[in-house]
Design a protein around this ligand. Structure first.
Ligand code: FO1
Length: 311
C-alpha cells in the first residue's frame, strides 16, 4: 500500500496537537486519517457543553481557527460574553459569539439524546473537515487538578488561575466507568501507523490513555506507535507540560516524557537539540528518531508530518 494511502490514527489534545494534525491533513489523504481527541478538558459553562480540544482540532482543520491564540474562531467577537457578565455570570473563559453557536448546537443535540461522537461527526462534516474526529469517550471524564489550592477543574486551573497553583495530583473523574467512543479501539487496531501528537502527556494524552482499553490496545501496536515529544530543550512546546512534569516529580526533559510512554511507543521522536538523550531513550526499549519538532510555520508542520509518514 502506498504510504499516503495507509490508515493513520493520531491521538492528541488541542493547540499543540493541531499543528501536527494540520500538517498531516495537508500531506496525506485526509479520508484515511482518524483523530482521537482528549475530552478531559470539557466543561459545562452557562448551561452549555464546551469541548475545547474537539473544537480546536475541528476549527484548525476547517481553516477557521484564530491563528494567534490557536483556539476559538478567527475574528470572532465577544458581545454575548459581555452581556453574560452583566448578568453576573463568570466571564473568565472567553467564548466568542460564533464559537457559542457550536456550544449551543452541541448542547441542544445532547439534550435530544445524541452522543458526543455523533455530534462531533456532524460538526466536522458541517464545517467541511474531511477527517474523522472521534472524542476519546462519549462519557464525561473531567480532568481534576489536585493542587495546593485544593481540587479544581482543569480549565479553572489553566485559564482562570493561569496554571499558577502547584499541582500535586491529577485525576480523570469517572474514567473507570467510561467506555472508549465507538471506533476508538478499532482506529488504533486497524491503523498502519499511530501517532501520539506533541501534547501535554498528563492532561491531553493522559486522559485518552486512561480510558479503559486504550493503553492496552496501543501496547499491542507498540511497533507502529510513533510519539512526538512535547518537550524541547527542557521547555514545553505549548502550555504547562514542563512545569507539571517537575511538580509531579518527573524530569522535565524528553527522557522524562519517554519514560511515561515507553510501554506503548515503538519510536519516540525528539528534536535535534535533545539528540544527546537518544541513547537513554533507546535504553527504555524504544527507537529514538531525531526530527525538527518545532512547528511555527505551515511548512514546518507539513515537513514533520511528511517525515513521520516516511520514518
Ligand atoms: N484558553 C485560554 O487560555 N483562555 C480562554 O479564555 C480560552 C477560551 C476557550 C474557548 C473555547 C475553546 O475551544 C478553547 C478555549 N481556550 C481558552 C483553550 C483551552 O482552554 C485550552 O487550550 C485547551 O483546553 C487545552 O488543550
Amino acid at each position: 500500500m502506498s504510504l499516503n494511502k495507509q490508515k493513520i490514527t493520531a491521538l492528541g489534545g488541542g493547540v499543540g496537537a493541531s499543528k501536527l494534525l494540520l500538517g498531516l491533513y495537508e500531506v496525506m489523504d485526509p479520508a484515511v486519517l482518524t483523530i482521537i481527541v482528549n475530552t478531559g478538558d470539557d466543561i459545562m459553562l452557562h448551561g452549555l457543553k464546551i469541548c475545547p480540544d474537539l473544537d480546536i482540532v475541528t476549527y484548525t482543520l476547517a481553516g477557521i481557527v484564530d491563528p494567534a491564540k490557536g483556539w476559538g474562531i478567527r475574528e470572532d467577537t465577544f458581545h454575548a460574553l459581555k452581556k453574560l457578565a452583566v448578568y453576573g455570570r463568570a466571564d473568565w473563559f472567553n467564548l466568542g459569539d460564533q464559537d457559542l453557536a457550536t456550544h449551543i448546537h452541541r448542547s441542544a443535540l445532547l439534550e435530544e439524546g445524541k452522543t458526543l461522537s455523533e455530534i462531533a461527526e456532524s460538526i466536522r462534516t458541517a464545517l467541511g473537515v474531511k477527517t474523522r474526529i472521534l472524542p476519546m469517550s462519549d462519557n464525561p471524564v473531567p480532568t481534576i487538578i489536585e493542587s495546593n489550592e485544593g481540587a479544581m477543574h482543569f480549565q479553572k486551573y489553566l485559564v482562570k488561575r493561569r496554571a499558577e497553583p502547584v499541582v500535586v495530583g491529577i485525576r480523570f473523574a469517572g474514567v473507570e466507568q467510561a467506555q472508549p467512543a465507538p471506533g476508538v479501539l478499532e482506529a488504533i487496531r486497524e491503523a498502519g501507523r499511530i501517532f501520539i501528537c506533541p501534547s501535554n502527556p498528563f492532561i491531553s494524552i493522559g486522559p485518552i490513555l486512561a480510558v479503559p482499553g486504550v493503553r492496552q490496545q496501543l501496547r499491542s501496536r507498540k511497533r507502529d506507535v510513533f510519539a512526538v515529544c512535547p518537550i524541547v530543550g527542557g521547555k514545553s512546546l505549548k502550555g504547562p507540560s514542563d512545569k507539571m512534569l517537575a511538580q509531579l516529580g518527573y524530569e522535565a526533559t524528553a527522557l522524562g516524557v519517554a519514560k511515561l510512554y515507553a510501554d506503548f511507543t515503538g519510536t519516540f521522536v525528539i528534536d535535534p537539540v535533545d539528540r544527546r538523550q537518544a541513547r537513554a531513550i533507546e535504553e527504555l526499549g524504544m527507537k529514538a528518531a531525531i526530527l525538527p519538532t518545532v512547528m511555527k510555520t505551515r511548512a514546518q508542520k507539513r515537513k514533520l508530518a511528511q517525515a513521520l509518514l516516511e520514518l
